[in-house]
Design a protein around this ligand. Structure first.
Ligand SMILES: [Zn+2]
Length: 162
């Protein structure tokens, strides 16, 4: 057999695809192309039947999905900004007020944490490190300990104690 590429007489040729055309070439020329006849065992029939059902992904699909994702992220960031704006103003000694009220009730940090559905470390961080809890938790603490943590005029504080 003759190699269709270099013309060398060889015992057997390999069919390879080179630049779009299929050629029967000698082993040394075969490396220039893509083998068409795979030497490995042919794929099972079930695999061949499965192939046509594989989804064909178009290039436009991931692009439009990315656009939607970034737009959603932008909306989320705006929402976060608005949510953080109206944070309640707390009294300068709000940490001390929590601890004093808790000790007055003879509650351990664990007990207060349990009532707040929080970890003990959260209570300890609030009282010592000044970890500012979210507004919702502040309201819960005020309700549980019957204290005010917000910076409010004296009159309002007095009226609230009822
Ligand atoms: Zn050749």
């Amino acid at each position: 057999m003759l190699c269709e590429m270099c013309g060398t007489e060889v015992e057997s040729t390999n069919r390879v695809k080179i630049e779009g055309s299929v050629l029967s070439v000698c082993p040394s020329c075969a490396r220039f192309g893509v083998a068409i006849d795979p030497p490995a065992t042919p794929a099972p029939v079930s695999d061949t039947a499965f192939q046509p059902t594989r989804p064909v992904t178009g290039a436009s699909v991931p692009v439009s999905m990315g656009d939607r994702l970034s737009a959603g992220r932008r909306r989320l960031e705006e929402r976060d900004l608005y949510r953080e704006l109206p944070e309640m103003e707390l009294a300068p000694d709000w940490m001390k007020r929590i601890r004093a009220a808790r000790e007055k009730l003879a509650w351990t940090p664990e007990e207060l944490a349990k009532k707040l559905n929080e970890k003990k470390s959260v209570v300890l961080k609030m009282e010592s490190a000044g970890f500012r809890p979210p507004d919702a938790m502040i309201r819960k603490i005020e309700h549980l300990l019957k204290i005010r943590l917000r910076a409010e005029p004296e009159a309002a504080t007095a009226a609230a104690g009822n």
